[in-house]
Design a protein around this ligand. Sequence first.
Ligand SMILES: N=c1c2ncn([C@@H]3O[C@H](COP(=O)(O)OP(=O)(O)OP(=O)(O)O)[C@@H](O)[C@H]3O)c2ncn1[C@@H]1O[C@H](COP(=O)(O)O)[C@@H](O)[C@H]1O
Length: 108
Amino acid sequence: MSDTDDAGGASDGEADLLEELFAVIEDRKETLPEGSYTASLFTHEKGENRTLEKVGEEATEFILAAKDDDAEEMAEEGADVVYHMLVALSMHDVDVEELLDVLRERRG
Ligand SMILES: N=c1c2ncn([C@@H]3O[C@H](COP(=O)(O)OP(=O)(O)OP(=O)(O)O)[C@@H](O)[C@H]3O)c2ncn1[C@@H]1O[C@H](COP(=O)(O)O)[C@@H](O)[C@H]1O
């Protein structure tokens, strides 16, 4: 069993998924396609505040799901937090690689 298997099946695939999602977000920022929720965050009348509000809202919903011991809801809300956090990174031109590098460094 590999070290990553020990961690519950996490593998490079998860990092790839985050990088892939971040690339889609960067593309939406560039092309602003109609009907894209991500594009709507980049053009929102409240500016980046809308995205930052969503990070906070979704984090609160995640906490409440944890308090309810609702595993399915924790996964849903956790995914919402990660997605909106990636949009916020993109808004500040921070590459997801910087975040992944921190996690990699902490893994040693
Ligand atoms: N991962 C996500 C993702 N997670 C959450 N969301 C959206 O985030 C919103 C979450 O807000 P809520 O749960 O509060 O739902 P809501 O009531 O509709 O939201 P509000 O009216 O409050 O804004 C929903 O509209 C979800 O659709 C996401 N939207 C997009 N993605 C990814 O981004 C990619 C590109 O999406 P588009 O930009 O829509 O093409 C998709 O293929 C996905 O991989």
